[in-house]
Design a protein around this ligand. Structure first.
Ligand SMILES: [Zn+2]
Ligand SMILES: [Zn+2]
Ligand SMILES: [Zn+2]
Length: 259
């Protein structure tokens, strides 16, 4: 099995369907209109690297028969991207302590959200995942299970977050704008996974037009749009996208190669 990036979830923070929504997409029977919260899994028989531990992580790990994890790469500390961190403890038995890579400013937020991970047993009284929170600066590549990973700076509104490039593929979510250095580091990438919330503007996420402009600047061979809302019906929107760009869906597999 060659290295693959499996998109475990491609929905925005609410997921699709949204709780209590009766719109056409939320009530659609098309499986591509069912989107768990955004995360991805880079894996082959020797490697298992999770990008974001989404709020739906437990369900995603069960569906994809995840047995072990070498590491987790976090983009940022919003709940839809870290809500599954507690469930990672089920994998400690096969994986030992799991390194979790994160931007320093976001590490502090994780320590606040999951305060009990950092308390002594007598105080917390229950199980916690055995993780090692490792702060990484943008633009300094590091090795994860022998794979070179380049963290890339991105802006989620005014919040600094990370995207990641590995081999010929890059993964960016919750981006509103990118610094020029990140765009430069993305040029020549074969596969670009990148967020596009909906058609309407949003203050901290790119909409479809903004994402298509960004894709033109980066010029990947193929781009996949993630973190989409219930405003986007898979079949209707996918048919409108330009050549080389498609809406991602849960379970989509991208072949990763190079170096
Ligand atoms: Zn998000
Ligand atoms: Zn809806
Ligand atoms: Zn976010």
């Amino acid at each position: 099995m060659s290295l693959k990036l499996t998109l475990l979830g491609t929905g925005t923070s609410h997921g699709v369907p949204e709780i209590a929504c009766q719109c056409l997409v939320c009530t659609s029977t098309n499986p591509r209109n069912k989107r768990l919260r955004t995360s991805a899994w880079l894996h082959d028989e020797k490697h298992s690297i999770l990008i974001d531990a989404s709020a739906d992580f437990r369900q995603q790990a069960l569906q994809h028969h995840m047995r072990r994890l070498d590491a987790i790469l976090l983009t940022h500390a919003h709940h839809d991207h870290i809500g599954g961190l507690d469930d990672v403890r089920a994998l400690n038995a096969t994986s030992g302590r799991i390194p979790v890579y994160v931007l320093g400013s976001e590490a502090e937020r994780i320590q606040r959200t999951f305060y009990y991970f950092f308390e002594p047993l007598a105080q917390r009284g229950g199980g916690i995942p055995d993780i090692d929170l490792i702060k990484v600066p943008a633009f300094h590549a590091f090795l994860v299970a022998g794979i070179s990973v380049l963290p890339l700076l991105a802006f989620h509104g005014t919040l600094c977050i990370l995207g990641y490039r590995f081999h010929n593929t890059a993964y960016l979510t919750d981006v509103k704008t990118l610094p020029d250095e990140t765009v430069d580091q993305l040029k020549g990438v074969d596969h670009l996974v990148i967020n596009a919330l909906r058609y309407r503007q949003h203050s901290t996420h790119m909409n479809i037009d903004e994402t298509l402009d960004m894709i033109k600047r980066i010029a990947p061979k193929k781009a996949y749009l993630i973190h989409t809302t219930h405003d986007l019906d898979y079949d209707a929107v996918n048919a409108e996208l330009p050549e080389g760009v498609e809406l991602a869906y849960d379970g989509l597999e991208i072949e990763v190669s190079g170096e």
